[in-house]
Structures are given as C-alpha cells and as structure tokens.
Design a protein around this ligand. Structure first.
Ligand code: NAD
Length: 393
C-alpha cells in the first residue's frame, strides 16, 4: 500500500514502516556519534519501550552501553488493510538493528498494568537474562485496569482547584485561541493518580524483587514533567501533576522498601518534547512551538534522544548523582531556566493565529509530530507501494 499520513486531531491513525525505521536509525546514529555512556547497565527492562522517551532509553542502553534489552509495550500489529502503530514499526526496526549489532533484544506486547504481562516478563528474565540492573518506567497511558479488581480507570487532563483560562493552538483548525478548562472533581484526580501515578511502578518492582530477578544495586527511574508558570496550570498543578507527585511518593517508598537490595529509585524530570502523549495535552502544542523557536535560536534545542543520552551518561547510573531538593534527577534545566522561560513568556501574550508562524516554530513542531509516525524522513519514498507488514524476530 501507499501510506500517507491520516491525521485526526492530535493523533495520526497510521504509520509508515520505512519512516519509522529511518527514525530509529537516526536515534541509533546519534548515540553512536556520542560514544559509550560512562557507566554501563548490562540487562535493561524498559516498560513503555516503543515510542518517545522509553524508546530513546532502550536505544541508549543498547547502542550506548551494549546492554541486553527487554521491552514492554502496547502496540497494534499491521493487517492487510491497516498499518501497524508507529511503536510496532519502531520495535521491528529496533530488533533488526539490534540483531545486526549482535545485541539481545526481546519485546513483550501487551498490557503492562496486568499481572499476566508481569509474569511473562519475569519468566523471560529468568530464562534469558538472570537479573536486571536497570528498570526504566516510561508508560504513558490514558487508562488502566486495576489488575486485582478489573476496575477500569481513566485519566483526565484538567486543572485542579480553579478553572483555567489559557491560550492554546488548535492543531485541527490551525488557530490560536483561548480555552477555558473547568477543574477536575476529586474522582477525576484520584483516577488520574491511579493511571499515571506510582502504584504500577511499585507493583513492577515488588514483583521483580519477589521473583529474585533484580540485581543488587539495581537502578530504576520513572519520568516526569515539572515545567514552569506557563504549563503549570494545565500540567504541574493539574490532574497529571498530581499523578506525577505520586511518583515522588513511590520513589521514596521504593528506596526505603528495597534498601537491603541497594536499589536506587529516581523520578527524572525531562524537558517537554513532541510525543504521542504530549500532543494530547491542551496548551502543549502552543507552548512547545514557542519553546522550540526560542531554544533553536539559542542553539540549545534537544529532543528525546539528546535528553536520554545525557541522563544516562551523566546522572542515572552514577553512585551519587546530583539531585534536586525533592531527590529527583533533573534534565529539564535546558528548558526551565529563567533565560529561556523569560523569552517564551515575553512572546506568549502577543501570539495570534496570524503571527504564530513567525513567533513560534509550529513548522518544527508539526514536522516532529509527523516524524513520530514515520512521515517526513529524507531518503524515504512516500509514493512507493510498500508492504505494511514488519516482524519483530
Ligand atoms: P509515549 O506515548 O511516546 O510512549 C508511551 C509508551 O507506553 C509506549 O511505548 C506505549 O506502547 C507504552 N504503553 C502505553 N500503555 C501501555 C500499556 N497499558 N501496557 C504497555 N505499554 C503501554 O509517551 P512519552 O511522552 O515518551 O512518555 C513517557 C513518560 O515520559 C511519561 O511518564 C511522560 O509523562 C514522561 N514525560 C514526557 C514528556 C513529554 O514532553 N513527552 C516530558 C517529560 C516526561
């Protein structure tokens, strides 16, 4: 089939296999160009391994440290009539590149929140790897079924406390306009914490530890976004921010519960980037476009792979890494420093639909968005009739 992007609102409903391969190769080339990271994990489990920050974590582990990687994701395979999801093709491409480099790579596709997938993971670790020394928790999901009760929980993206009026860019109508968001009720806050908070991360570590498959001095990190004044009303101080605060609670609990094992659990704050998860958040497309404009002008722009390579090389695997007052690892300083934020804040009130193309880097935002699904890579023939099928082994 000839595959062209089918964009519906903030998602693209198809993906290009050759483009996704190009995307994975680009990240691998970046890591190789930087060389090996300073402290090398051997056996890495990445929960949420197929796109965004999780995929970058897997690529850095494999190609920056020669690590064996086991990934967990939730992706749709291709059919005769429909392409697979981008994460499916990314994973196929990653497996192929890992195989050529003689690196172990296996992936389990299924619901990471379930007991069954945790059990399958543990069996595979016992069979192939023995013990894991780094667990990256990089899930982003709008829903979660409680594994014990089967109850379904859905997360919401709403302010907490007061209604919020902010500017946003409607990627459908291509318009900058004001939006007014009503605050979440307590149920919505609790449900968001249930989906995106620390409970499932803790369950993973407990199951892995009980099964004896965590190495001594194992490191684990989940990822957060903290942001500053412009994004806090809809992120940091909003429902998703409450869930992220619960990650801080979980990391404290993990460090205490598994101190005998020497486990080091961190929440790492990363900068805002275009991913499938972030494009669904109101205000973010506008904020990221302005931030891209400013950071590109300053020569400090970074995407997922630059952030994760930096994290792995300088902080995550160190014995005593620098932490903030809440004991988090911080990679977001490039974005949240006063100089960059001051420039974004100066532009923010003046942005209109008409001047947005000059004031903001929506072009860069949109290119990055399409690239998430494999569209817009040089050297890929998008008019070619290609098979949507791609296998993992
Ligand atoms: P993403 O949407 O690109 O990736 C999500 C991953 O989770 C995919 O691999 C997907 O397959 C997997 N997944 C989702 N539901 C699953 C399930 N039920 N079972 C198994 N796998 C499942 O998201 P991302 O933006 O890379 O986010 C990853 C983490 O990084 C999140 O915690 C997010 O809050 C955080 N973060 C993101 C940003 C940003 O700007 N995108 C910034 C800072 C921190």
């Amino acid at each position: 089939m000839v595959i062209k992007p089918k964009v519906r609102g903030f998602i693209c409903t198809n993906a290009h296999p050759a483009g996704c391969t190009a995307s994975v190769k680009e990240q691998i080339a970046y890591v190789k160009s930087k060389g090996d990271i300073s402290t090398k994990p051997k056996n890495v489990l990445v929960i949420g391994c197929s796109t965004g920050y999780g995929l970058a974590s897997r690529i850095t582990s494999a190609f920056g440290a020669g690590a064996k990687t086991l990934g967990i994701c939730f992706e749709k395979p291709p059919t005769e009539r429909k392409t697979g999801t981008a994460g499916w093709y990314n994973t196929a491409a990653f497996h192929s590149e890992a195989k050529q480099a003689d690196l172990y790579a296996k992936t389990i596709n299924g619901d990471a929140f379930s007991h069954a997938i945790k059990d399958e993971t543990i069996e595979l670790i016992k069979q192939d790897l023995g013990k894991i020394d780094l667990v990256v928790y990089s899930l982003a999901s709008p829903r979660r079924n409680d594994p014990d009760t089967g109850d379904a929980y859905v997360s919401t993206l709403k302010p907490v406390g007061e209604p919020v009026v902010s500017k946003t860019f409607d990627t459908n109508k291509k318009e900058v306009h004001e939006i007014s968001l009503e605050p979440a009720n307590q149920d919505e806050i609790n449900n968001t914490i249930k989906v995106m908070g620390g409970e499932d991360w803790e369950l993973w570590i407990k199951r892995l530890s009980d099964a004896g498959v965590l190495a001594e001095n194992c490191v684990t990190s989940s990822y957060t976004y903290i942001g500053k004044e412009l994004t806090q009303p809809i992120y940091g101080h909003a429902t998703i921010g409450k869930a992220k605060e619960d990650l801080d609670r979980a990391s404290t609990a993990l460090n205490s519960d598994y101190s005998d094992l020497g486990l080091r659990a961190y929440v790492t704050s990363l900068k805002a980037v275009v991913t499938q998860a972030s494009s669904a958040i109101p205000v973010m497309p506008l904020y990221i476009s302005l931030m891209y404009q400013v950071m590109k002008e300053e020569g400090t722009h970074e995407g997922v792979i630059e952030q994760i390579y930096g994290l792995f090389d300088t902080l995550l695997l160190e014995q005593s890494p620098e932490m903030d007052e809440s004991k988090r690892l911080r990679m977001d300083g490039v974005e949240t420093n006063d100089h960059i934020q001051g420039k974004i804040k100066a532009i923010w009130p003046n942005v209109t639909t008409e001047n947005f193309p000059e004031l903001g880097d929506y072009k860069g935002y949109n290119e990055d968005f399409l690239k998430l699904f494999g569209f817009g890579f040089d050297g890929v023939d998008y008019d070619a009739d290609i098979s949507p099928f791609a296998d993992w082994e």
